[in-house]
Design a protein around this ligand. Structure first.
Ligand SMILES: C[S@@+](CC[C@H](N)C(=O)[O-])C[C@H]1O[C@@H](n2cnc3c(N)ncnc32)[C@H](O)[C@@H]1O
Ligand code: SF4
Length: 454
């Protein structure tokens, strides 16, 4: 990748797990009343046909990884498990009470933090509590994030018995110097053990998360990490660009100095090398950040054009209603988003009072809904079209004019009524989305809200 392109397009930019992106939510006009009435409306429109999704945030981790951008609470005290699970149950019941029928659950994702911080029997209690008030869809897609250092066979078995068939493990990098810098010592043997155990039990998709751009990381570390990864051939690989957002996470990420981080061109070279090695090993790039084997359901979703993107990242199909349970969890009822408070104690107090613990959100207007479709098309299919009058809007001509330079650089192809991201432009898909992001275009904030696109 020529470095002039990198310097030109490496700007702060969102990852587009939602549109509008969180910093552009209009929290002033958002109301809990509208959110709940839209949840009921969305449920009525979609529960019978496609089911609903649940995202459950399990925030606890025993030890702090200094690169981590997730919402987590570090503790070794496992007494926190039961009260937290009781609050999750109560929050779930607050939603169930407002729904006119029993929900049909199509997707569950247990994210964190570290879901495998919780004892297997506690995870079983959580799922029993959820299914007391819900039915399982016919072909459910249930997944969780496991930490290779603490995932036990019992975790995998208990969740498999509830219908979980997908697990993703945080690998990051196998080099010891990098692992020391990010405060996450994790030998290959642990990843091997949990990958093989998941397969023995019957999991059909095992994913590994690898990050490029970590402190002290070099190209040879990417090569080594991918060589080791090939010994296990996970079905999917999330190949994330390290998001350096220390202004959000305070001292948590400050376990290393700015100088210890690779430069943008070095980072891009790591991505190029990783992509090449993964493709040589039989992986196909899916949207942004993801690779999958052709046998994996994510690849099949891309082929069948059902790929969707939401706060969980890429998913195999779209459900109109996703409820988020737990601290910082974000729900999406298609007409709006709502995020829960981030503090564990505050979350538990609100739920104990019978109040939905939402603290901010956004209601989408007709323009937002239209731009959301274009951004989803770009993120999931690397193309969008305005052939249908419903996909047209007044600012489109100006957006296309602003994208001419990307076209001249050979990154995109603009047709009469469609736009395609070319293979060379794939690393810059976020930049294309940014051109369509009318809210971002209209307000140029003075402070940096997003990590760099590269
Ligand atoms: C919640 S963690 C995974 C589960 C478990 N806590 C673990 O660490 O193994 C989700 C994933 O987000 C990714 N991640 C976290 N912070 C990141 C950052 N600052 N930049 C890029 N990826 C990040 C990591 O790859 C991590 O595995
Ligand atoms: S990377 Fe995983 S284990 Fe580490 S702090 Fe973040 S959520 Fe916790």
């Amino acid at each position: 990748m020529p470095s002039p392109l990198i310097s030109k397009y490496n700007v702060p930019g969102p990852r587009y797990t939602s549109y509008p992106t969180v910093p552009y939510w209009d929290n002033e006009t958002f109301s809990l009343k509208n959110w709940t009435s839209d949840v009921i409306k969305s449920f009525g429109e979609s529960n019978a046909s496609e089911g609903i999704s649940l995202y459950v945030h399990l925030p606890f981790c025993e030890s702090l990884c200094t690169f981590c951008g997730c919402n987590k609470r570090i503790t070794k005290n496992h007494n926190v498990e039961t009260p937290y699970l009781e609050s999750l149950q109560k929050e779930w019941e607050l939603y169930v009470e407002m729904l006119p029928q029993k929900p049909i659950i199509k997707e569950i994702h247990l994210g964190g933090g570290t879901p495998t911080f919780f004892a297997p029997e506690n995870l079983a209690a959580l799922l029993r509590g959820i299914f007391r008030f819900a039915n399982r869809a016919e072909n459910p897609s249930f997944s969780f994030e496991g930490h290779p250092n603490n995932t036990k066979r019992e975790h995998l078995q208990v969740l498999y018995d509830f219908g979980f068939t997908r697990v993703s493990y945080g690998v990051q990098d196998y080099n010891t110097e990098v692992q020391l810098a990010i405060h996450r010592l994790q030998p290959f043997i642990n990843v091997k053990r949990v990958t093989e155990t998941a397969r023995e039990i019957g999991y059909t998709s095992v994913g590994h998360d690898i990050i490029f751009g970590l402190p002290f990381q070099k190209r040879e570390h990417i090569r080594y990490t991918i060589e080791k990864t090939k010994e296990l051939m996970p079905d999917r690989i999330a190949f994330y660009s390290y998001a350096h957002v220390p202004w959000i996470k305070g001292n948590g990420q400050r376990g290393f100095k700015e100088d210890d981080l690779p430069t943008a061109p070095e980072k891009r070279e790591m991505y190029q090398l990783g992509k090449q090695l993964l493709e040589e090993a039989g992986y196909i790039e899916i949207g942004m950040d993801h690779f999958a084997l052709k046998s994996d359901s994510l690849y099949k979703a891309m082929e069948n054009k059902t790929l969707h993107r939401n706060f969980m990242g890429y998913t195999e199909s779209k459900t109109q209603l996703m409820l988020g349970l737990g601290v910082s969890a974000i729900g999406d009822n298609w007409y709006g988003f709502a995020q829960n408070v981030k503090n564990v104690e505050q979350y538990q107090e609100l739920v104990a009072q019978g109040i939905l613990p939402v603290y901010r959100g956004h209601k989408l207007d007709s323009e937002d809904l239209l731009i959301r479709r274009h951004i989803l098309n770009l993120m999931c299919r690397l193309e969008t079209s305005w052939e249908s009058p419903k996909m047209q809007f007044p600012e489109l001509a100006e957006i296309l004019e602003n994208l001419r330079e990307m076209e001249l650089d050979g990154l995109i192809e603009i047709g009469a009524d469609s736009l395609k991201v070319r293979e060379k432009g794939r690393p810059f898909v976020r930049n294309v989305c940014m051109a369509f992001d009318l809210l971002l275009q209209r307000s140029k904030p003075g402070t940096q809200l997003f990590s760099m696109t590269i």
